[in-house]
Design a binder for this molecule. Structure first.
Ligand code: SF4
Ligand code: SF4
Length: 379
Protein backbone atom coordinates (compact mmCIF):
# COMPACT_ATOMS: atom_id res chain seq x y z
CA UNK A 1 0.00 0.00 0.00
CA UNK A 2 1.27 3.49 -0.86
CA UNK A 3 1.92 5.59 2.22
CA UNK A 4 2.26 9.34 2.74
CA UNK A 5 3.80 11.41 5.53
CA UNK A 6 0.36 11.49 7.16
CA UNK A 7 -0.11 7.70 7.19
CA UNK A 8 -0.62 6.38 10.71
CA UNK A 9 -0.60 2.65 11.47
CA UNK A 10 -2.58 1.20 14.37
CA UNK A 11 -1.51 -2.35 15.22
CA UNK A 12 -3.22 -4.48 17.90
CA UNK A 13 -0.95 -5.61 20.76
CA UNK A 14 -2.59 -6.70 24.00
CA UNK A 15 0.38 -7.36 26.26
CA UNK A 16 3.89 -6.15 26.96
CA UNK A 17 5.06 -9.72 27.48
CA UNK A 18 4.58 -11.20 24.03
CA UNK A 19 4.72 -9.99 20.43
CA UNK A 20 5.70 -6.41 21.26
CA UNK A 21 8.73 -6.37 18.95
CA UNK A 22 6.64 -7.71 16.07
CA UNK A 23 3.90 -5.12 16.71
CA UNK A 24 6.34 -2.20 16.81
CA UNK A 25 8.09 -3.39 13.63
CA UNK A 26 4.77 -3.93 11.84
CA UNK A 27 3.49 -0.47 12.83
CA UNK A 28 6.70 1.15 11.57
CA UNK A 29 6.58 -0.82 8.30
CA UNK A 30 2.87 -0.17 7.62
CA UNK A 31 3.14 3.56 8.28
CA UNK A 32 6.18 3.96 6.03
CA UNK A 33 8.28 5.22 8.96
CA UNK A 34 10.57 2.18 8.73
CA UNK A 35 11.89 3.40 5.36
CA UNK A 36 12.73 6.81 6.86
CA UNK A 37 14.57 5.08 9.71
CA UNK A 38 16.89 3.09 7.47
CA UNK A 39 19.87 4.58 5.63
CA UNK A 40 23.38 5.49 6.71
CA UNK A 41 24.35 4.51 10.27
CA UNK A 42 23.31 7.33 12.59
CA UNK A 43 23.32 8.34 16.23
CA UNK A 44 19.65 8.29 17.28
CA UNK A 45 17.97 9.67 20.40
CA UNK A 46 15.02 7.60 21.62
CA UNK A 47 12.70 9.87 23.62
CA UNK A 48 10.22 7.98 25.83
CA UNK A 49 7.83 9.63 28.30
CA UNK A 50 9.63 9.44 31.69
CA UNK A 51 7.60 12.12 33.37
CA UNK A 52 7.96 10.93 36.93
CA UNK A 53 9.80 8.61 39.31
CA UNK A 54 7.26 5.79 39.14
CA UNK A 55 7.42 2.17 37.95
CA UNK A 56 5.94 1.09 34.58
CA UNK A 57 2.86 -0.65 36.02
CA UNK A 58 1.26 2.72 36.90
CA UNK A 59 1.00 3.47 33.15
CA UNK A 60 2.36 6.98 33.66
CA UNK A 61 5.37 6.59 31.38
CA UNK A 62 6.24 4.67 28.24
CA UNK A 63 6.58 0.98 29.05
CA UNK A 64 10.19 -0.28 28.82
CA UNK A 65 9.09 -3.18 26.58
CA UNK A 66 8.06 -0.67 23.87
CA UNK A 67 11.30 1.29 24.26
CA UNK A 68 13.22 -2.00 24.09
CA UNK A 69 11.48 -2.92 20.81
CA UNK A 70 12.23 0.50 19.28
CA UNK A 71 15.90 0.30 20.33
CA UNK A 72 16.21 -3.18 18.82
CA UNK A 73 14.64 -2.00 15.56
CA UNK A 74 17.16 0.84 15.32
CA UNK A 75 20.10 -1.40 16.18
CA UNK A 76 19.08 -3.93 13.53
CA UNK A 77 19.10 -1.03 11.04
CA UNK A 78 22.72 -0.31 12.03
CA UNK A 79 22.23 2.77 14.23
CA UNK A 80 23.68 3.56 17.64
CA UNK A 81 21.07 4.56 20.20
CA UNK A 82 20.88 6.76 23.27
CA UNK A 83 17.75 7.01 25.45
CA UNK A 84 17.04 10.40 27.05
CA UNK A 85 14.34 12.49 28.69
CA UNK A 86 13.83 15.00 31.49
CA UNK A 87 11.20 14.44 34.14
CA UNK A 88 8.67 17.07 35.19
CA UNK A 89 9.68 19.85 37.57
CA UNK A 90 13.18 21.04 38.42
CA UNK A 91 13.47 18.94 41.55
CA UNK A 92 16.20 16.24 41.30
CA UNK A 93 17.30 17.50 37.86
CA UNK A 94 20.81 16.11 38.17
CA UNK A 95 22.88 13.14 37.05
CA UNK A 96 21.91 11.38 40.27
CA UNK A 97 18.25 12.16 39.69
CA UNK A 98 18.48 10.72 36.17
CA UNK A 99 20.11 7.54 37.50
CA UNK A 100 17.15 7.10 39.82
CA UNK A 101 14.64 7.94 37.05
CA UNK A 102 16.14 5.40 34.62
CA UNK A 103 16.24 2.74 37.32
CA UNK A 104 12.61 3.15 38.44
CA UNK A 105 11.14 3.47 34.93
CA UNK A 106 12.93 0.38 33.57
CA UNK A 107 15.23 2.26 31.16
CA UNK A 108 18.36 1.07 32.96
CA UNK A 109 17.30 -2.53 32.27
CA UNK A 110 16.65 -1.69 28.59
CA UNK A 111 20.14 -0.22 28.29
CA UNK A 112 21.72 -3.22 30.00
CA UNK A 113 19.89 -5.68 27.76
CA UNK A 114 20.42 -3.91 24.43
CA UNK A 115 23.79 -2.22 25.05
CA UNK A 116 22.38 1.22 24.14
CA UNK A 117 23.37 4.38 26.06
CA UNK A 118 21.46 6.51 28.55
CA UNK A 119 21.79 10.29 28.54
CA UNK A 120 23.18 11.78 31.76
CA UNK A 121 24.16 15.15 30.31
CA UNK A 122 21.97 17.76 32.02
CA UNK A 123 23.36 20.70 30.02
CA UNK A 124 21.15 22.59 27.58
CA UNK A 125 21.46 24.83 24.52
CA UNK A 126 19.27 27.61 23.21
CA UNK A 127 17.82 27.12 19.71
CA UNK A 128 16.23 29.70 17.41
CA UNK A 129 12.71 28.93 16.19
CA UNK A 130 12.29 31.36 13.28
CA UNK A 131 9.12 29.57 12.15
CA UNK A 132 7.57 29.50 15.63
CA UNK A 133 4.04 30.86 16.00
CA UNK A 134 4.38 31.92 19.66
CA UNK A 135 7.98 30.94 20.51
CA UNK A 136 11.08 32.29 18.75
CA UNK A 137 13.66 30.39 20.79
CA UNK A 138 13.74 27.46 23.13
CA UNK A 139 16.16 25.77 25.54
CA UNK A 140 16.63 22.08 24.79
CA UNK A 141 18.77 19.28 26.18
CA UNK A 142 22.28 19.41 24.77
CA UNK A 143 22.14 15.77 23.68
CA UNK A 144 19.98 16.91 20.75
CA UNK A 145 23.01 18.56 19.17
CA UNK A 146 24.93 15.29 19.36
CA UNK A 147 22.44 13.03 17.60
CA UNK A 148 21.39 12.90 13.96
CA UNK A 149 17.68 12.39 14.57
CA UNK A 150 15.06 11.35 17.09
CA UNK A 151 12.47 8.61 17.56
CA UNK A 152 9.61 9.85 19.72
CA UNK A 153 8.02 7.18 21.97
CA UNK A 154 5.07 8.71 23.89
CA UNK A 155 2.36 7.11 26.02
CA UNK A 156 -1.32 7.35 25.09
CA UNK A 157 -2.87 9.42 27.90
CA UNK A 158 -5.43 12.07 28.64
CA UNK A 159 -4.16 15.31 30.19
CA UNK A 160 -5.85 17.56 32.73
CA UNK A 161 -4.51 20.69 31.04
CA UNK A 162 -4.07 20.08 27.30
CA UNK A 163 -6.68 17.30 26.94
CA UNK A 164 -4.28 14.80 25.35
CA UNK A 165 -0.73 13.63 25.83
CA UNK A 166 0.74 12.26 22.65
CA UNK A 167 3.43 12.91 20.07
CA UNK A 168 3.63 16.71 20.39
CA UNK A 169 3.45 16.99 24.19
CA UNK A 170 6.00 14.22 24.71
CA UNK A 171 8.72 16.31 23.06
CA UNK A 172 8.29 19.02 25.72
CA UNK A 173 10.35 16.60 27.84
CA UNK A 174 13.41 17.71 25.88
CA UNK A 175 13.11 21.08 27.64
CA UNK A 176 15.03 20.65 30.94
CA UNK A 177 13.15 20.92 34.24
CA UNK A 178 13.49 24.54 35.33
CA UNK A 179 12.81 25.87 31.82
CA UNK A 180 9.64 23.77 31.57
CA UNK A 181 8.37 25.58 34.63
CA UNK A 182 9.06 28.99 33.10
CA UNK A 183 7.10 28.10 29.93
CA UNK A 184 4.08 27.22 32.05
CA UNK A 185 4.32 30.63 33.73
CA UNK A 186 4.78 32.45 30.45
CA UNK A 187 1.95 30.69 28.59
CA UNK A 188 -0.76 30.51 31.22
CA UNK A 189 -3.40 30.60 28.46
CA UNK A 190 -3.96 26.98 27.48
CA UNK A 191 -4.18 27.59 23.73
CA UNK A 192 -0.98 29.65 23.62
CA UNK A 193 0.73 26.98 25.69
CA UNK A 194 -0.42 24.33 23.21
CA UNK A 195 0.97 26.40 20.31
CA UNK A 196 4.27 26.70 22.22
CA UNK A 197 4.33 22.91 22.55
CA UNK A 198 3.75 22.62 18.84
CA UNK A 199 6.51 25.16 18.03
CA UNK A 200 8.96 23.15 20.12
CA UNK A 201 7.91 19.76 18.72
CA UNK A 202 8.13 20.85 15.09
CA UNK A 203 11.69 22.13 15.64
CA UNK A 204 12.97 18.67 16.63
CA UNK A 205 14.26 16.30 13.92
CA UNK A 206 11.81 13.45 14.59
CA UNK A 207 11.84 10.70 11.97
CA UNK A 208 9.22 8.49 13.59
CA UNK A 209 6.83 8.29 16.51
CA UNK A 210 5.84 5.01 18.17
CA UNK A 211 3.05 5.49 20.71
CA UNK A 212 2.56 3.01 23.56
CA UNK A 213 -1.19 2.39 23.73
CA UNK A 214 -1.00 -1.17 25.05
CA UNK A 215 -2.00 0.10 28.49
CA UNK A 216 -3.05 3.75 28.31
CA UNK A 217 -4.08 6.22 31.02
CA UNK A 218 -7.55 7.75 31.22
CA UNK A 219 -9.12 10.31 33.54
CA UNK A 220 -6.74 12.66 35.32
CA UNK A 221 -3.67 12.01 33.20
CA UNK A 222 -0.79 12.52 32.76
CA UNK A 223 0.02 11.15 36.24
CA UNK A 224 -3.15 10.89 38.34
CA UNK A 225 -5.39 8.86 36.02
CA UNK A 226 -6.33 5.22 35.77
CA UNK A 227 -4.56 2.59 33.64
CA UNK A 228 -6.77 1.11 30.92
CA UNK A 229 -5.92 -1.68 28.48
CA UNK A 230 -6.41 -0.35 24.95
CA UNK A 231 -4.14 -2.88 23.22
CA UNK A 232 -2.49 -0.88 20.43
CA UNK A 233 0.82 0.35 19.10
CA UNK A 234 0.42 3.47 16.95
CA UNK A 235 3.19 4.66 14.61
CA UNK A 236 3.79 7.28 11.97
CA UNK A 237 6.07 10.06 10.81
CA UNK A 238 3.93 13.18 11.15
CA UNK A 239 3.51 14.47 14.72
CA UNK A 240 0.30 16.38 14.05
CA UNK A 241 -1.32 13.52 12.13
CA UNK A 242 -0.45 11.15 14.96
CA UNK A 243 -1.96 13.47 17.55
CA UNK A 244 -5.15 13.78 15.54
CA UNK A 245 -5.37 10.01 16.12
CA UNK A 246 -4.47 10.49 19.82
CA UNK A 247 -7.34 13.00 20.13
CA UNK A 248 -9.76 10.47 18.64
CA UNK A 249 -8.64 7.81 21.13
CA UNK A 250 -9.41 10.39 23.83
CA UNK A 251 -12.92 10.80 22.38
CA UNK A 252 -12.19 14.30 21.08
CA UNK A 253 -12.81 15.83 17.68
CA UNK A 254 -9.30 16.85 16.49
CA UNK A 255 -10.87 20.08 15.17
CA UNK A 256 -11.63 21.05 18.80
CA UNK A 257 -7.83 21.28 19.31
CA UNK A 258 -7.02 24.02 16.77
CA UNK A 259 -3.29 23.91 17.53
CA UNK A 260 -3.12 20.42 16.02
CA UNK A 261 -3.95 21.54 12.49
CA UNK A 262 -2.16 19.79 9.65
CA UNK A 263 -3.55 17.35 7.11
CA UNK A 264 -5.86 14.62 8.37
CA UNK A 265 -4.24 11.20 8.75
CA UNK A 266 -4.79 8.13 6.61
CA UNK A 267 -5.19 5.29 9.07
CA UNK A 268 -4.01 1.75 8.34
CA UNK A 269 -5.60 -0.73 10.76
CA UNK A 270 -8.68 -0.40 12.96
CA UNK A 271 -9.83 3.16 13.69
CA UNK A 272 -9.69 4.61 17.24
CA UNK A 273 -13.51 4.57 17.32
CA UNK A 274 -13.63 0.84 16.49
CA UNK A 275 -11.22 0.09 19.32
CA UNK A 276 -12.64 2.50 21.90
CA UNK A 277 -16.14 3.67 20.88
CA UNK A 278 -16.60 5.98 23.92
CA UNK A 279 -12.99 7.16 24.01
CA UNK A 280 -10.85 7.36 27.13
CA UNK A 281 -12.55 8.85 30.21
CA UNK A 282 -12.02 12.62 30.30
CA UNK A 283 -10.09 14.41 33.06
CA UNK A 284 -12.26 15.89 35.82
CA UNK A 285 -11.55 19.38 34.51
CA UNK A 286 -12.87 18.67 31.00
CA UNK A 287 -16.11 17.90 29.25
CA UNK A 288 -16.86 16.52 25.79
CA UNK A 289 -19.80 18.84 25.20
CA UNK A 290 -18.57 22.43 25.45
CA UNK A 291 -21.98 23.98 24.58
CA UNK A 292 -21.53 27.65 23.56
CA UNK A 293 -17.95 27.43 24.84
CA UNK A 294 -17.04 25.30 21.82
CA UNK A 295 -16.38 28.63 20.10
CA UNK A 296 -12.66 29.32 20.81
CA UNK A 297 -13.15 33.12 21.10
CA UNK A 298 -16.01 32.80 23.63
CA UNK A 299 -14.01 30.13 25.43
CA UNK A 300 -10.90 32.26 25.64
CA UNK A 301 -12.73 35.32 27.04
CA UNK A 302 -14.84 33.22 29.42
CA UNK A 303 -11.79 31.34 30.64
CA UNK A 304 -10.18 34.57 31.75
CA UNK A 305 -13.32 35.86 33.43
CA UNK A 306 -14.47 32.59 34.96
CA UNK A 307 -11.23 30.91 35.95
CA UNK A 308 -12.82 28.72 38.65
CA UNK A 309 -15.66 27.57 36.39
CA UNK A 310 -13.31 26.26 33.68
CA UNK A 311 -10.30 25.25 35.73
CA UNK A 312 -10.56 24.59 39.46
CA UNK A 313 -7.48 25.04 41.61
CA UNK A 314 -5.82 21.77 42.66
CA UNK A 315 -6.32 20.23 46.09
CA UNK A 316 -3.81 18.22 48.10
CA UNK A 317 -4.86 14.92 49.69
CA UNK A 318 -3.57 15.11 53.24
CA UNK A 319 -3.57 11.34 53.73
CA UNK A 320 -1.44 10.68 50.61
CA UNK A 321 0.93 13.64 50.86
CA UNK A 322 4.40 12.84 52.24
CA UNK A 323 5.43 16.55 52.33
CA UNK A 324 8.30 15.98 49.91
CA UNK A 325 7.99 19.46 48.39
CA UNK A 326 8.24 18.30 44.75
CA UNK A 327 5.02 20.16 43.86
CA UNK A 328 6.28 23.36 45.51
CA UNK A 329 9.41 23.23 43.32
CA UNK A 330 7.32 22.53 40.22
CA UNK A 331 4.94 25.48 40.65
CA UNK A 332 5.90 28.18 38.12
CA UNK A 333 4.26 31.08 39.99
CA UNK A 334 5.10 30.32 43.61
CA UNK A 335 1.48 29.56 44.46
CA UNK A 336 2.29 26.64 46.78
CA UNK A 337 3.78 26.75 50.26
CA UNK A 338 4.64 23.90 52.58
CA UNK A 339 2.81 24.46 55.85
CA UNK A 340 4.73 25.13 59.03
CA UNK A 341 3.35 22.01 60.67
CA UNK A 342 2.86 18.65 58.97
CA UNK A 343 0.13 19.86 56.62
CA UNK A 344 0.17 19.26 52.87
CA UNK A 345 1.12 22.33 50.80
CA UNK A 346 -1.55 25.01 50.58
CA UNK A 347 -2.64 26.51 47.24
CA UNK A 348 -2.90 30.29 47.03
CA UNK A 349 -5.87 30.41 44.70
CA UNK A 350 -5.36 34.02 43.63
CA UNK A 351 -1.87 33.27 42.35
CA UNK A 352 -2.56 29.84 40.86
CA UNK A 353 -2.66 29.86 37.04
CA UNK A 354 -4.16 26.31 36.83
CA UNK A 355 -1.24 24.85 34.90
CA UNK A 356 -1.43 21.63 37.00
CA UNK A 357 2.36 21.22 37.06
CA UNK A 358 1.95 20.23 40.74
CA UNK A 359 -0.42 17.42 39.75
CA UNK A 360 1.96 16.28 37.03
CA UNK A 361 5.02 16.38 39.30
CA UNK A 362 3.65 14.73 42.47
CA UNK A 363 5.13 11.20 42.64
CA UNK A 364 2.50 10.12 45.21
CA UNK A 365 -0.68 11.00 43.32
CA UNK A 366 -1.57 13.35 46.17
CA UNK A 367 -2.71 16.32 44.07
CA UNK A 368 -6.30 16.06 42.92
CA UNK A 369 -8.09 18.25 40.40
CA UNK A 370 -11.73 18.83 41.38
CA UNK A 371 -14.34 18.37 38.64
CA UNK A 372 -14.81 21.70 36.92
CA UNK A 373 -18.13 23.48 37.38
CA UNK A 374 -18.39 23.73 33.59
CA UNK A 375 -18.18 19.94 33.31
CA UNK A 376 -20.78 19.65 36.09
CA UNK A 377 -23.17 22.04 34.32
CA UNK A 378 -22.79 20.57 30.85
CA UNK A 379 -22.77 16.83 31.54
S1 SF4 B 1 1.37 16.93 47.24
FE1 SF4 B 1 2.76 15.37 46.38
S2 SF4 B 1 4.54 16.50 45.62
FE2 SF4 B 1 3.40 17.88 46.98
S3 SF4 B 1 4.39 17.64 48.96
FE3 SF4 B 1 2.65 16.22 48.91
S4 SF4 B 1 3.49 14.27 48.17
FE4 SF4 B 1 5.03 15.85 47.70
S1 SF4 C 1 -0.57 25.50 42.38
FE1 SF4 C 1 -1.56 26.27 40.53
S2 SF4 C 1 0.03 27.43 39.45
FE2 SF4 C 1 1.08 26.15 40.98
S3 SF4 C 1 1.64 24.28 39.86
FE3 SF4 C 1 -0.36 23.88 40.84
S4 SF4 C 1 -1.86 24.46 39.27
FE4 SF4 C 1 0.11 25.35 38.60
Amino acid sequence: MKTTKQTIAIVPCVTYHEGIEEAVTRALELSGAAVAMRGPPSRVLVKPNLISFVPPDRAIGTHPAVVHAVVRFLQRAGHSVIIGDSHSGAFLWSKKGLERLYGITGMQAVAEDTGCDLNFDIRWERHALPEGKVLKRVELLRILTEVDWVVNVPKLKTHVYTGITGAVKNLFGLVPGHFKISYHARFSDIERFAYALRDIALSIPVRATVMDGVTAMEGDGPTGGTPIDVGVIVAGMDLLALDQVTARFCGLDPLSLPWLGGDPPTIIGPSPEEILPMGLARPATKTHDMGIFANPVIRSVARRLLKDVFSPAPKMWEERCVRCGVCVEACPVDALRLGEKDDAPQVQKGRCIRCYCCHEACPHNAVSIPRSRLAQWLT
